[in-house]
Design a binder for this molecule. Structure first.
Ligand code: PRT
Ligand code: ZN
Length: 224
């Protein structure tokens, strides 16, 4: 990769990809994303896009492998807590909170569960892909629980008797309803954020960022 080109990590395919691509396009960045390539070079600016799983984005930014990244705050915060727990560096700065990717991380139980607040989950098994965010919330509530780590199909865990409750992302609530689950506690509210690595950037790269940021601001204002 050319060291003079600004490197931005975005989700390759998923809920954030099209909004990320639209945002960059709106900023005047001409991309050729037709090929399923890992790296896409902008045609008209010194910018390279690294297209990866969203889970890899916090690490790529915090390790300084890329200069910028766009990721959900849920994934970012979980990664920060995990890295802090293992003594890894977890530094970055948030350049902008974006106006897409909105969701919440919530606790949910089966409709039959007699839920009287977080204390009802004492000693219970909770299925989640976000064990650190969940633990922080439950520690705050003074409730001990067992975390059941699932990277997908979290919402079927109670029905499959794998867990007594779940802690999962919610946007419309349709998935919870379809699985006979009731949202009880919102533990984290998230949006996509544009983050920057903590390493010092070359002036040429900083200049591109200084050009992009007001354009992103303009796009968001136009949508308000
Ligand atoms: O392959 P990769 O690892 O990159 O993608 P992924 O499958 O891990 O993530 P993806 O594309 O599903 O989500 C990327 C990001 O979008 C998340 O990290 C959130 O920041 C954000 N986001 C916004 C959501 C949702 N809304 C959302 N509703 N992520 C997931 N969901 C799922 C949720 O897990 C549940 O299964 O949608 C379902 C609930 O939706 P409703 O509308 O039925 O409530
Ligand atoms: Zn992911």
């Amino acid at each position: 990769m050319d060291q003079n080109r600004l490197r931005i990590a975005i989700q390759k395919s998923g809920r954030l990809s099209s909004d990320c691509q639209l945002m960059l396009k709106g900023c005047g960045v001409k991309l050729n994303l037709r090929e399923q390539r890992l790296i896409a070079h902008a045609e008209n600016m010194p910018i390279d896009l690294l297209r990866v799983r969203d889970d890899d984005i916090p690490g790529l930014v915090m390790d300084g492998v890329v200069d910028l990244g766009i990721v959900g705050e849920n994934v970012l915060e979980e990664a920060v807590m995990e890295r802090q727990a293992t003594g890894e560096a977890a530094e970055y700065s948030v350049l902008k909170r974006l106006d897409f990717g909105g969701c919440r991380l919530s606790l949910a139980v089966s409709e039959e569960f007699d839920y009287q607040g977080p204390k009802s989950l004492e000693g219970k098994r909770i299925a989640t892909s976000y064990p650190w965010l969940l633990k922080r919330y439950m520690d705050g509530q003074g409730v001990k629980f067992k975390s059941v780590m699932l990277n997908g199909s979290v919402e079927v865990a109670p029905r499959a008797s794998l867990a007594d409750a779940i802690c999962d992302l919610v946007s419309t609530g349709a998935t919870l309803e379809a699985n006979g689950l009731e949202e009880t506690d919102v533990i984290f509210r998230s949006k996509a954020v544009l983050i920057q690595s903590a390493s010092t950037l070359a002036t040429t790269k900083q200049k591109i960022i200084d050009k992009l940021l007001p354009r992103i601001q303009g796009l968001q204002q136009a949508r308000e």
